[in-house]
Design a protein. Structure first.
Length: 215
């Protein structure tokens, strides 16, 4: 059903509605006002659309201005300056308690002196305090590059040339061993006997042996 005001306006236009002149003028103005509002609606919609476009354009221009003046690196495609991260070359801090392999230790080169009045170069017998090593180091390289194995007839000295041959004597037992390692690293000792040398002499721990350098 149509609204009462519309039906009233139709009746006025057809001349079949008994109203006074004042009432007719009011109804006529009401009908005319609604028609004007209907004509104004497209204009209002267009104005709202133009206002929205203007706001979006202003926001875009403001964003471009901020990028150009406050972040030139981003505007020109250049990466930002990021401070380099320093990676420590030694990730494990040293405590001073690390075990250093025998071959990596820098060995001082003192002048070799015989422990007795007889010169070692003369081939005479001399006495020296010695120790021995072996089982816990099997498979490791010696200072000369040879791999330490069980039964190796060798000995270590601080400065003697590799390949030097010495005959050792201990409690009536004798054997010949070759220098191929550096040591000992404890004061008061002249030689470190290898595993085969110590076994051949029946030697263990720390003690005094007799020796002579072979030609």
């Amino acid at each position: 059903m149509r609204p009462h005001s519309d039906r009233t306006a139709d009746a006025l236009l057809n001349g079949c509605y008994p109203y006074s002149n004042i009432q007719i003028e009011r109804l006529t103005s009401l009908t005319t006002g609604r028609s004007k509002m209907k004509r104004r609606n497209p204009v209002i919609g267009l104005a709202v659309l133009l206002l929205a476009i203007a706001i979006m354009a202003f926001a875009f221009l403001a964003t471009v201005w901020v990028v150009v003046f406050f972040a030139p690196e981003l505007a020109h495609g250049r990466p930002l300056d990021v401070p380099a991260v320093k990676i420590p070359t030694d990730p494990m801090p040293r405590t001073g308690l690390e075990v250093i392999p025998r071959a990596m230790v820098e060995i001082p080169k003192p002048v070799f002196r015989a422990t007795s009045s007889t010169s070692a170069a003369s081939g005479g017998w001399n006495s020296a305090r010695v120790s021995w090593y072996g089982p816990s180091l099997y498979g490791n390289p010696t200072a000369s590059g040879a791999t330490l194995v069980q039964g190796m007839m060798n000995f270590a000295h601080r400065s003697m040339d590799f390949g030097t041959r010495i005959e050792f004597e201990y409690q009536g037992r004798t054997c010949v061993a070759t220098c191929n390692d550096r040591g000992p690293f404890v004061g008061g000792r002249t030689f470190d006997l290898g595993p085969g040398t110590a076994t051949a002499l029946g030697f263990s721990g720390v003690g005094t042996v007799r020796y002579q350098i072979l030609p």
